[in-house]
Design a protein around this ligand. Structure first.
Ligand code: BYC
Length: 472
């Protein structure tokens, strides 16, 4: 029997028989999926010091406890309602928001929710072996915190499917547990979520760049006229912030350690010889995960995006910061490839909404990279990391059939094939990373040689706290 006690929530679960029945059917399948596809080797005998959301107010956030991962209390939360909330953009601007799904937008909304929902379990699947290669117990705990919260984000989308989409919503909820990251026959929907995340550089770049796409997509969905979707995604955003913290500080700690090792080796650039991660390798992983995450924003010109905007289903990030919320007669200047040349073309702004969101995303990433570069500055070093050009290594959109180097210079197919591992992780780079991560570090307070300790622990606990313990 599903109980409101086991599933912390603010959606009135105990008095909602229909939702209870749907969840009773789905939840055992979820737990089975979590055991099969969640963190491998940490399901039965380990207890993890994790934060569980038990309510949406700030005190509900401070709830830390040791739990066995399969016993985590995945909850269902909506951010507090906004009194008299009105539709903030598109053709229905100014009308009251919807508490139910309008029939004419049912398919589009379901598609958006399913696409968002699909990414959440995908990321848990991608990361399931990382516990076996962790650089410290502190990082192991952060990995599991991210994993359980992605699980909760899946619950959030399943709540919407169960509550607002009837039979087909229940079917979609089941399929979210059936597709599998990287599976040839039943892959996850979006490409970046089928890429392997086999080492911790991948993981930190993923949480920095791909979770940041999560942030931009969730910001745009939180503008939605469908109020339950808006409130769900608004609450998810608070959790997403921690995931980006894990990524940004993880890379910052690697950079810090690399600078220390460079100093120790007299700047001979032989960082690998002393077990560190060299700057060119860090740059290659930025190039990879930034370009994959740009793809997650969809095609530059998209009739889907235009219609999501017109119908008020998906807005822009921080819609209130724009002056014009109707955008019926505005144009967006897009760089397009035509006959082997680039030219600027004016595109109706509504069709360019994916690109508008990508602009916001690139700005947010640039700020993060600037913070990393401060570490080199502090060490008095002239090295700098940078984002590659937007056209580099694209798999979606009009540049996907063309090749460019990270500065945006066009390349022939042959040159790209010959030189791509100058800019992207090569099999040898991956092999090297696996070699320095082969022995996990599980001793409290100890850190792998390639990463500096964090400045402080979690929830004011010391850095050497036992964040993951085995049962007595
Ligand atoms: N890979 O008209 P277009 C997160 C397909 S991450 C493969 O541009 P649209 C998280 C597309 O499906 C945030 N296929 O599409 C982070 C369509 O195919 P069909 C996830 C792709 O709909 C870390 C066709 O191309 N949020 O939360 O405008 C950890 C036409 O494209 C891709 C959302 O997804 C791709 N990358 O744009 C955990 C938000 N891109 O159906 C979680 C909801 C496009 O014609 N989703 N295609 O065969 C959306 O807003 C939109 O679906 C997208 C795509 C922006 C993703």
């Amino acid at each position: 029997m599903i109980s409101a006690e086991k599933i912390p929530n603010n959606v009135g679960l105990s008095s909602n028989k229909r939702l209870q029945r749907a969840l009773e059917h789905w939840q055992p399948k979820y737990i089975q999926w979590w055991r099969d596809m969640g963190p491998q080797g940490f399901q039965d005998y380990h207890q993890v010091y994790v934060r569980t959301a038990v309510s949406v107010d700030p005190s509900g956030w401070a709830h830390f406890e040791y739990v066995k991962l399969p016993e985590y209390r995945w909850g269902i939360f909506l951010a507090d309602p906004v009194h008299d909330r009105r539709i903030g953009f598109g053709d229905f601007f100014g009308q009251p928001v919807w508490q139910e799904v309008p029939g004419e937008f049912r398919n589009q909304l379901r598609r958006l929710i399913v696409t968002q929902g699909d990414t959440e379990p995908a990321s848990v699947e991608q990361q399931r072996w990382l516990g076996q290669r962790c650089p410290s117990m502190y990082d192991l705990r952060n990995l599991f915190q991210v994993n359980v919260e992605e699980g909760r984000h899946l619950w959030a989308m399943v709540y919407l499917l169960h509550s607002y989409f009837g039979r087909d919503g229940r079917d979609e909820a089941e399929e979210l547990l059936e597709r599998q990251s990287g599976n040839r026959d039943k892959p996850r929907i979006l490409d970046a979520f089928n890429e392997p995340i086999e080492n911790w550089l991948d993981f930190f770049m993923f949480t920095m760049f791909t979770d940041r796409d999560g942030k931009s997509q969730l910001l745009s969905l939180s503008e939605s006229s469908l109020d339950p979707l808006s409130r769900t995604t608004r609450f998810m955003l608070t959790e997403e912030a921690h995931h980006m913290f894990v990524g940004e500080t993880g890379i910052a700690r690697i950079i810090e350690r690399t600078c220390q090792l460079l100093r120790q080796t007299g700047f001979s650039e032989e960082v690998r010889k002393v077990g560190g991660i060299d700057i060119p390798t860090i740059q290659k992983f930025i190039n990879l995960w930034f370009s994959l995450s740009l793809d997650l924003h969809g095609n530059e010109i998209s009739t889907n995006a235009a219609s999501y905007f017109a119908n008020g289903l998906k807005g822009r990030a921080q819609e209130e910061k724009w002056d014009d919320h109707i955008v019926s007669d505005k144009y967006y200047e897009l760089e397009v490839a035509a006959d082997g040349r680039l030219e600027r073309k004016a595109i109706p702004m509504r069709s360019a909404m994916n690109e508008v969101l990508r602009d916001w995303y690139v700005g947010d990433c640039e700020a993060g990279v600037a913070r990393w570069n401060k570490i080199f500055e502090r060490h008095g070093m002239s090295e700098r990391l940078r984002l590659p050009d937007r056209k580099f290594n694209r798999g979606i959109g009009m540049f996907s059939s063309l090749h460019y180097d990270p500065t945006g210079v066009p390349l022939s197919e042959a040159e790209w094939q010959r030189r791509k591992y100058e800019w992207l992780p090569s099999p040898a780079d991956r092999e090297y990373l696996l070699s320095i991560m082969a022995r996990p570090v599980y001793e409290p307070g100890k850190f792998a040689n390639y990463i500096a300790p964090p400045l402080r622990g979690i929830n004011r606990m010391p850095v050497n706290f036992e964040y993951v313990r085995t049962e007595a």
